[in-house]
Write a protein that binds this ligand. Structure first.
Ligand SMILES: Cc1ncc(COP(=O)(O)O)c(C=O)c1O
Length: 458
């Protein structure tokens, strides 16, 4: 009888459920195949450009958190935040529900009155890059500031840093916010020197570059703040999710948490009270003395917390980051070597000097003299079931959201130069996958398909 009780203890039941989860996952998602082991491939099969790569451990972690049923951000979230900040070597990482939210929170934090004269006010300017993903830039406008677009260099896909000084306006420029495009870092040497010289904030959108290094140091550790996305195509996943990294100055912890958690002034962790030891001892705004600090709001905030269940998945994925990064680099190098002979047709992305990118994708920039268009190439890759993508929004100022805004308000944003590089990226760039789920035979099929295509274009 005693034995029976031990067997049926909650812990024993949980262990058995998690064992079954691993077994189920092995059967349904792949027979205990390590996450980075190569899949068998036959021509005609789909080659995704990206996707989640996981084992039974991730499924067991998700189910374990579901059984605990804390639901909102709790112990798993706290542990993941610590592990992520440890891997990056930053002061603090705060989990949020997406990379886009992370970007919105990072810019919102800069608007806090608590930053005094350095705060971002309506009409102030933030320097960014014209080519890339829309939610690197949208938060600048959502916070009533003005994006100033630098052109992008089609060779690196990053901002032309020689335009930084031209973009700068004394008293109005407050920050620089850019992404490390397709995992390739922007010129961090030039950008950090520029920010220091003019006392500007720097936000690195590191969503596509977790594991990339510049001068031997991880990207996401150079700015004041940096952001991650954990949406499935990214380097690691928690389904939906992201993080804001506080690189040096812990005053940002309270600001990011405040904007993330409804705008509250209180910094108690979920489920805790009176961390400040004077919960009823505050007088802020025009509230009466002693008003409950838990319900005092110093910012116009959001609620952008993920679930503990997502954090549990993220923790397992983070342990795979070194292997995932190695697979991305290996796949990129195999594509680069296998396509080298096609340089009459394509320009390939150049790694920023002094960097070691953990690539997000492999770029094919169709040359003007190639004899086929970007659309021809994409259609052919689609026919062969090889996943391919445009470089996100291309030249963002030509997207309807930005073009329509400028028609209504010509001062909504500024543009430096003619953005010819961003236009080239919009017109000629396609990228294919390098993610760890691709096998050598999939990479070889992609190489062979491209060789065949250039010999016989439409
Ligand atoms: C550079 C960059 N920043 C931000 C994001 C947004 O991340 P999320 O999809 O998690 O909102 C993406 C999305 O892929 C991205 O590529």
């Amino acid at each position: 009888m005693a034995m029976q009780n031990i067997k049926n203890s909650p812990e024993a039941i949980k262990t058995e459920i998690l064992r079954l989860c691993r077994e189920y996952s092995a059967r349904v998602h792949g027979a205990n195949r390590p996450a980075t082991e190569e899949l068998p491939f036959e021509a005609g099969q789909t080659i995704p450009y990206a996707g989640r790569v996981f084992e039974g451990e991730e499924v067991a972690a998700a189910v374990g958190a579901a059984l605990d049923f804390w639901l909102t951000l709790g112990a798993e979230g706290e542990a993941f935040e610590k592990e992520l900040s440890g891997v990056l070597g930053v002061k603090k990482s705060l989990l949020v529900n997406s990379g886009s939210s992370a970007n919105l929170l990072a810019v919102s934090a800069l608007t806090s009155r608590k930053l005094g004269d350095r705060r971002l006010r309506p009409g102030d300017e933030v320097i960014t890059c014209a080519a890339g993903f829309p939610t690197t830039v949208a938060p600048i406008l959502q916070n009533q500031a003005v994006p100033v677009f630098l052109d992008a260099d089609p060779a690196t896909l990053n901002a032309r840093v020689e335009q930084l000084e031209e973009a700068f306006v004394e008293g109005r420029t407050k920050a620089v916010m850019m992404a490390h495009t397709l995992g390739n870092p922007f010129d961090l040497g030039a950008v950090t020197a520029f920010c220091q010289a003019h006392n500007l904030w720097l936000i690195e959108d590191n969503c596509d570059a977790l594991g990339t290094t510049y001068q031997g140091r991880l990207t996401g550790t150079f700015g004041d703040l940096s952001t991650q996305s954990f949406y499935p195509p990214h380097h690691i996943t928690m389904g939906e999710g992201g993080a804001v990294n506080i690189v040096r100055d812990m005053k940002f912890k309270v600001l990011i948490e405040s904007f993330r958690d409804w705008g509250r002034d209180c910094w108690c962790a979920s489920g805790h009270d009176n961390t400040c030891r004077k919960r009823f001892g505050w007088q802020l705004g025009e509230l009466p003395e002693g008003y409950d600090h838990k319900y005092i709001y110093s910012h116009l905030g959001y609620n952008m917390k993920p679930l503990d269940l997502q954090a549990a998945i993220g923790r397992v994925q983070l342990t795979r980051l070194p292997a995932f990064g190695a697979a991305r680099r290996k796949n990129w190098a195999a594509l680069r070597a296998g396509l080298d002979a096609l340089s009459d047709y394509f320009d390939f992305q150049i790694a920023t000097p002094a960097s070691d990118p953990s690539w997000f994708g492999f770029l094919l920039m169709v040359k003007p003299e190639a004899g086929f268009s970007r659309a021809d190439l994409s259609r052919h890759l689609d026919d062969k079931k090889i996943g391919n993508r445009a470089l996100f929004g291309g030249n963002l100022v030509r997207q309807p959201a930005f073009a329509d805004l400028r028609k209504e308000n010509p001062a909504a944003f500024r543009v430096i130069g003619d953005l010819a590089g961003a236009d080239r990226i919009m017109n000629d760039a396609v990228f294919v996958g390098v993610y760890p789920g691709l096998s050598e035979s999939m990479i070889q099929f992609t190489i062979d398909t491209l060789h065949g295509f250039v010999k016989n274009p439409p």
